[in-house]
Design a protein around this ligand. Structure first.
Ligand code: PRX
Length: 692
């Protein structure tokens, strides 16, 4: 059994707390403000009594079963979905140990199903046809729309028929480059219906990044819109796609169809650049197709989607998720972590361009028959009260967001929050990076009026769904801790040598044995999958995160331990930014590190060595930043460019980022041993130039 299970077994139950948890600082939700670092925030008896998992006893019972009998536990849950044909007797098979051969994970193999059918047809058949599936809120207050489950099914079928008509079939890739319009989840579901593999690219990525992804997955079609308003800015997405398609064609990948939605509030079709023969207006073509479309039934292990994410080295990786396990896992985690009830109105502020929007805007909630909000605009437009305006407008009960948004709104003062009622809110959620206790308390005390538990969900693009998360109603919370593993998840904390640490400890976060939502490979590069995730600590999946466990068994995520930088919850590889910088003709070398940032969590800090003879200038600094914007996207732009006559390297030529991180964060008395550097004087030069 896992360390966590042993720990869970030795713990007491709530609320008497006879076990290891100390209740000295405990507050009951709604009774008092969460204020101290070591507060335990207990669910109120009213909340717990109505919760799906009403006590730690219930959690322990279910968790225990999920670890002792994963096959039984997950097949019971999977049976709640529609399967055209049930999976084989073996519910799952896995090899997560590189020493025993290729890494291989399968769940519900042989089972025949379809995720779109389960999210839409099944819910309509169950009587939810007239229920609102999506409320859409545009950039401007007052711009809105909605679709019932029946409407959504019809729209999805029309697009699915269109895609089939242009020749998209099972296993073909479709790239989706759309902002948060209803057409984005529609496009994802239409692909799922016909077993095409969608690859959504966040519409903040540059043409170059889009081209790179198109080149890698070779889509049959690209789906986009002509433009989008973000706050007061208009962004011409179709132009970005046009440039990307020219670029990918140079790499030998030409795309035959570019389906373009006319986003009239942002741009009229007359002013949109057009390529006859390739481009088609969504509004002119899709509505002509029938509103019913047969489902393409697929094996549980057939691919559902690809999503590119950043690693510490090299180009972005295409994380591949398959059908059955992802469906069962996202739906189940959604249900329990948010204590979902049919009457809930759910809003996740993430964009569908990231994994959160896949698992917890589109699939998880719709599989549960939930009503979701899709918000196109910016949370601080027209003012920083917009989120709470939307919460009141739609009577949102479950609100899921990122710490960076919490911190940025916290800076604007409580007035923007308290002028709205927020009475409907029931559960809050956080994702993307560790939430610092002060932001947690503000979210809890001010936004949630000390009434609503916060589910701080730790997970990753690779994990498909929540891995470590509170289950509101079951456990006391600690501000800043993601608490305990979800059912079936066995987190372990290991030291440098891969030895599992017990009890109170701190180290690298790994996971022992598979869970249904796990990614199955990196598209076209299974070797990189094994090397990155399974070789560092043989026998385990390695997350890339640091973590500590406290005396009560709570997990505290401490951030990435590799060269991945987390800016506003967006994952950026230092190598990608470095390669963008060195593509600038005047840049000879670059090294990029993350530094702490009050709102963004981390900011990008770049050390740049210029080509011999090129002088430093403000203009050059701007042009370097612009290069990163153009090559990756605005969200990856460095906040700092630090001129570097040389970089600290070992004698074998390896850049010592540890030293660069200390210089960037001005911790000059913590530089450590610099004697192993090929040229230790480089460090003094860097320090001298730090404010230039
Ligand atoms: O470092 C962890 C951080 O985000 C990384 C995963 O990023 P991505 O694949 O883009 O997925 C983001 C949304 C799931 C993790 O390796 N992270 C995510 N959630 C948390 C977190 N760190 C601490 N606490 C969290 N709740």
């Amino acid at each position: 059994t896992s360390d966590h299970l042993r720990h869970v077994d030795s713990m007491g139950t709530l609320p008497s707390g006879t076990g290891k948890i100390s209740y000295l600082n405990a507050v009951i939700l709604g009774d008092s403000l969460a204020s101290e670092e070591n507060d335990l925030v207990l669910p109120s008896p009213e909340f717990s009594s109505q919760a799906l998992i009403p006590s730690s006893d219930k959690y322990i019972e279910m968790y225990r079963r999920s670890i002792v009998d994963p096959a039984g536990f997950w097949s019971e849950i999977a049976s709640l979905f529609y399967w055209k044909q049930k999976w084989s007797d073996q519910v799952y098979s896995e090899n997560m140990d590189v020493r025993k051969g290729p890494i291989n994970i399968e769940w519900f193999k042989g089972g025949i199903t379809n995720v779109c059918f389960n999210a839409l047809d099944r819910n309509v058949q169950a009587g939810l046809g007239a229920k609102t599936a999506i409320y859409w809120e545009g950039n401007e207050p007052g711009q809105d729309g909605s679709l019932t489950y029946t409407d959504l099914l019809e729209r999805v079928c029309q697009l699915a028929n269109y895609l089939k008509d242009i020749g998209v079939g099972k296993g073909d890739a479709v790239v989706i480059y759309l902002p948060m319009l209803m057409e984005l989840p529609i496009a994802m579901l239409a692909c799922a219906r016909i077993a095409a593999v969608h690859s959504v690219v966040f519409a903040g990525f540059s043409a170059e990044s889009l081209a790179q992804r198109i080149t890698d997955c070779k889509p049959k079609a690209v789906i986009t819109c002509n433009a989008v308003c973000r706050g007061s800015k208009v962004i011409h997405l179709k132009d970005i796609v046009d440039t990307a398609l020219v670029e990918s064609a140079k790499n030998g990948v030409s795309v035959d169809v570019c389906l373009t939605y006319e986003n009239q509030s942002a741009m009229k079709r007359e002013t949109t650049n057009w390529m006859e023969g390739r481009d088609a207006w969504w509004q002119d073509t899709v509505p002509k197709f029938p509103t019913t479309c047969d489902v393409e039934w697929v094996d549980a292990e057939d691919p559902l989607f690809l999503l590119y994410t950043s690693g510490s080295t090299g180009k972005p990786k295409g994380v591949l998720h398959t059908t059955g396990g992802f469906m069962v896992y996202t739906a189940t985690t959604f249900k329990y972590a948010f204590d979902y009830k049919l009457s809930d109105i759910y809003w996740c502020t993430a964009d569908c361009g990231w994994i959160t929007g896949h698992s917890y805007v589109t699939y998880g909630p719709l599989l549960n028959g939930a009503t979701v909000i899709v918000f196109e605009g910016a949370p601080n437009y027209p003012d920083p009260g917009r989120c709470w305006d939307i919460v009141d407008k739609y009577k949102v009960t479950l609100f899921y967001t990122a710490p960076t948004l919490v911190r940025s709104l916290m800076r604007e003062g409580n007035e923007y929050v308290t002028r709205y009622s927020r009475k409907s809110l029931r559960v809050l959620g956080s994702v993307g990076e560790p939430i610092n206790p002060s932001a947690w308390r503000w979210f809890f005390n001010v936004v949630g009026d000390s009434r609503c538990p916060i589910s701080d969900t730790w997970w990753q693009t690779e994990t498909g769904g929540f891995m470590i998360t509170p289950l509101p109603g079951a456990w006391p919370l600690k501000p800043g801790s993601a608490t305990f593993p979800f059912f079936g998840v066995q987190p372990v904390i290991v030291d440098d040598k891969g030895t599992e640490l017990e009890g109170e400890c701190s180290g690298y976060l790994c996971v022992k044995s598979s869970w249904p939502g796990a990614f199955r490979t990196l598209y076209g590069d299974h070797e990189r999958y094994e090397t990155t995730y399974f070789k560092p600590f043989p026998g385990y999946y390695f997350s890339g995160d640091g973590c500590s466990r406290d005396k009560d068994g709570y997990h505290w995520l401490t951030g990435r331990v590799d060269d991945v930088i987390n800016v506003s919850g967006h994952r950026i590889g230092s190598a990608e930014v470095e390669s963008a910088l060195v593509s600038h003709p005047q840049c000879a070398e670059a090294a990029v590190v993350g530094v702490e940032h009050e709102v963004k969590g981390q900011a990008i800090y770049a050390f740049v060595t210029l080509v011999e003879g090129v002088p430093y200038s403000e203009e050059l600094r701007k042009s370097l930043v612009a290069t990163v914007r153009n090559q990756i996207g605005a969200f990856a732009a460095p906040d700092n460019i630090h001129w570097a006559p040389g970089l600290p390297k070992t004698r074998s030529g390896k850049i010592m980022r540890r030293i660069l991180r200390k210089i960037a964060s001005r911790q000059l008395d913590e530089l450590g041993d610099t004697s192993t550097l090929a040229d230790p004087s480089v460090v003094d030069q860097l320090i001298a130039l730090r404010d230039c």
